[in-house]
Design a binder for this molecule. Structure first.
Ligand code: BES
Ligand code: MN
Ligand code: ZN
Length: 492
């Protein structure tokens, strides 16, 4: 995919499609007016008749318009200008790109208006890259034809670069999640991480099974036990700031397939469980983005990688595990495996002197019951950090909602035989009891848990993104780290 900036007149640019943005209840932009003039008033008449309203996500196509060099013009509604934010730009542009990609249209030129306070160019480029990329990894006939060449009206090379980096990183996360467990298993994920680290100049450490044993990761290892695929832990480090600057740890759940183990999932719940490493994929994608953007921050990215399977060696109900931090865990459901994996990874993050920790995990169906498919749950032991995560998510238009962490919930993970057990009492409040379990492993570090079980993976397509992996929260975390770096530089 080649992406460049242009200032060629909209009427003269050679492309299969020219996209022109317009706001609702507002006069046409200069570029839209140029199209209107060249077509002898077609746009104006369509607006007059109510065909073009500028409503958010509206697409109006002019085929083979006279007076225009491109083969077609798509007028893209951006909604009302006062409602425009990154989320609105992302969804509108991605929807246009997805619609254009339904057929092979290799060259697309984008003429979007600029807006105060919204980075339309960077967000638009990122969105178009995500929108035109589908889950076609294994299909001969593509459902979406990625746009080979994009030209964007403007001259801000910084925004161009940012947009391209974010688009590539989101699509990396999506690719890793969309690949089935026959392709992506702990070792192959770790190898991808090693390659990326080498290319981007990140420090990388990969713990194999022996090292994990030597490091006393008894909780993670128990989950891995039933699989013929050996586990891995990936530890990436990006040092963009000085040694005395704080270190932020990003921790991802990387269950490359979750069968449920002996507490086996029914087929219907199991069929999408290749997505259970989305947290780890997000962490890897964010590390790649941070390195490419050269953000002045210190970040460590950790992923706990296992496959949760059945078999003669699988861990069992009633087993008592010893986690890396010394706590013992009674296993009452082998399908509550994500928290067992994260327990040991969080402890490594603490040991590596993280000043704060953010974990991402497709952790509970209960979170999807609580918030629906499109909203991630936030749970925390530190309101200040949680507010920063929520603010970054709001900036990017990725919906989140905080769930309470009242001490009473912790009663539910008390065990009769061990320090804690890996399930609550029954299903109710399951997203929170899972988070209460994780809290046992972060010591006193400020920590936010993001349960992405809903938004990480779509069972059906949306207008702006194909079904399958979404790359959710790559943008939010990059925004959070960028905001953190802005604050440290202004403070010092
Ligand atoms: N990976 C699942 C959670 C999940 C559900 C992710 C739906 C994505 C979509 C997790 O490991 C799991 O199975 N959780 C159990 C916990 C329960 C056994 C306490 C659940 O949510 O049912
Ligand atoms: Mn599970
Ligand atoms: Zn799981």
């Amino acid at each position: 995919m080649s992406i460049s900036l242009t200032n060629e007149p909209v009427t003269e640019i050679k492309a299969n499609v020219v996209v022109v943005g317009c706001f609702q209840d507002e006069a046409f932009s200069a570029d839209a007016q140029a199209v209107d003039a060249a077509t002898r008033g077609v746009l104006g008449r369509l607006q007059e008749s109510g065909e073009i309203t500028g409503k958010h996500g509206e697409l109006t196509t002019l085929l083979a318009p006279a007076g225009i060099a491109a083969s077609q013009v798509v007028v893209l509604g951006l909604g009302r200008r006062d409602k425009l934010d990154q989320g609105a730009v992302f969804r509108a542009v991605a929807a246009a790109a997805k619609s254009i990609a339904a057929k092979s249209r290799p060259v697309v030129a984008w003429y979007l208006p600029t807006a105060a306070n919204v980075p339309v160019l960077a967000t638009g480029i990122c969105a178009a890259m995500v929108g035109c990329q589908g889950q076609d990894l294994y299909r001969a006939e593509l459902k979406l034809n990625p746009i080979a060449e994009m030209k964007w009206r403007g001259d801000d090379t910084q925004s161009l670069e940012t947009g391209v980096i974010l688009g590539e990183c989101i699509n990396l996360a999506r690719e890793l999640v969309n690949r089935p467990s026959s392709d992506i298993y702990p070792e192959s994920f770790a190898e991808r991480a090693r390659e990326i680290a080498g290319r981007e100049g990140l420090d990388v450490e990969i713990w194999d099974k022996e090292r994990l044993s030597a490091e006393r990761c008894g909780s993670l290892l128990a989950v891995a036990q039933g699989s013929v695929r050996p586990p891995r832990m990936v530890i990436l480090r990006y040092t963009g700031s000085t040694a005395d600057a704080p270190t932020i740890a990003l921790v991802g759940k990387g269950v490359t397939f979750d069968s449920g183990g002996l507490s086996l999932k029914p087929s219907d719940s199991m069929k999408t469980m290749k997505c259970d490493m989305a947290g780890a994929a997000t962490v890897l994608a964010v590390m790649q983005a941070v390195a490419r953007l050269k953000l002045p921050v210190n970040v460590i990215g950790l992923a706990g990688l296992v496959e949760n399977m059945i078999g003669g060696n699988a861990f069992k109900l009633g087993d008592v595990l010893r986690a890396r931090n010394g706590k013992t865990i009674e296993v009452l459901n082998t399908d509550a495996e994500g928290r067992l994996v994260l327990a040991d990874v969080l402890d490594v993050a603490v040991e590596r002197k993280a000043d704060c920790i953010i974990d991402l995990a497709t952790l509970t169906g209960a979170c999807v019951v609580a918030l629906g498919n499109d909203v991630a749950g936030l749970m925390t032991n530190d309101q200040t950090l949680c507010d920063k995560v929520a603010a970054a998510a709001k900036t990017c238009g990725e919906p989140v909602w905080q769930l309470p962490m009242f001490p009473d919930y912790a009663e539910q993970i008390k065990s009769n035989v061990a320090d804690i057990k890996n399930t609550g009492d029954g299903r109710w409040g399951g997203a929170i009891t899972a988070a209460k379990f994780l809290e046992e492993f972060v010591q006193d570090k400020p920590w936010v848990h993001i349960d992405i079980a809903g938004p990480a993976f779509l069972e059906s397509a949306k207008s702006w993104i194909d079904a399958g992996a979404t790359g959710a929260f790559v943008r939010t975390l990059v925004e959070l780290l960028a905001a953190a770096s802005r604050n440290t530089t202004t403070a010092s």
